[in-house]
Write a protein that binds this ligand. Structure first.
Ligand SMILES: [Zn+2]
Length: 278
């Protein structure tokens, strides 16, 4: 009875089953390799191995394809069996390799393939992906693709630089408590909402803004060294002296008039402080 196992026993059991699962997987791959070599599928009137595995053996399409990818790698590198058994290499990695080899089928050599199989051992899937792309010089997909779908949703395929991606990951970590999700669209929506709220956050009424304009008349920015007032009357904005995000209010005492230039200037200063303090 599984429910009678104590935690230590349960842990041991799961680990030993996982090892057995890897051993079984390696055996399955080995047999699929042999079936591929013999073209066993022809005996069963299927045009290819994939159809045989899906329709005759009951594998879901993706699982069948991953097993075929691994079997074909095993055909060129017998050491792969032991690596699958030990869990050093998983099927996500072998599929990454086969995809890359197909993309580079004109140029990739057998020796390169074997060397890459050795290199992905004990790497994470992400690390393998980066390494394979570098070694085979796979082209970087930069084009952004936007597809509007029938339910009104939008499918968005985009390439981030490493720096942009790391910044996004950091934002995700910081927001993880607030959004309770690992999902990128949820994060981007959350960040967008915060930004919009911050930019449009002034709930000062029209009447209050009018009072501030009448009181100040012109840009109130003072140069720190000369203490000279800017005094511009061109393109005036209402600014929060203590920003909203720092707890500043919409009270008239916390508001002042700034010209566009100084409004931007102050905003950049404050966002700098905000980044340092967060
Ligand atoms: Zn000014």
């Amino acid at each position: 009875m599984i429910s009678k196992l104590n935690n230590k026993e349960l842990d041991q059991k799961i680990k030993s089953l996982a090892r057995a699962e890897n051993r079984l997987l390696a055996l399955v791959i080995e047999h699929i390799k042999e079936a591929d070599k013999r073209r066993l599928y022809l005996d069963f009137n299927y045009p290819n191995l994939y159809d045989y595995l899906v329709k005759e053996c009951g594998y879901p399409g993706g699982s069948a394809q991953r097993r075929i990818d691994a079997a074909r790698l095993l055909a060129i590198e017998p050491k792969l069996k032991a690596k699958i058994e030990s869990g050093e290499i998983n099927l996500s990695q072998t599929t990454l390799l086969q995809k890359a080899f197909r993309e580079k089928s004109q140029t990739v050599t057998l020796a390169q393939k074997r060397s890459l199989i050795a290199k992905i051992s004990d790497m994470t899937v992400n690390e393998s992906q980066v390494m394979i792309a570098k070694e085979l010089d796979l082209k970087i997909k930069e084009q952004t693709k936007v597809t509007h779908q029938k339910d009104g949703s939008v499918r968005f395929e985009v390439t981030f630089t490493q720096e942009q991606w790391e910044s996004l990951q950091k934002a995700k970590d910081l927001a993880s408590n607030a959004i309770q999700s690992n999902d990128l669209p949820t994060l981007i929506k959350y960040l967008s909402d915060k930004f919009i709220k911050q930019k449009e956050g002034s709930t000062a009424t029209v009447a209050v803004k009018k009072q501030v304009l009448q009181r100040d008349q012109c840009c109130q920015y003072k140069d720190h060294k000369t203490q000279r007032l800017c005094g511009s009357r061109w393109n005036l904005h209402i600014d929060h002296i203590k920003p909203k995000w720092a707890g500043g209010t919409d009270q008239i005492e916390n508001l002042r008039v700034l010209c566009q230039k100084h409004n931007h200037h102050v905003y950049h200063q404050q966002s700098g402080i905000r980044i340092l303090s967060s």
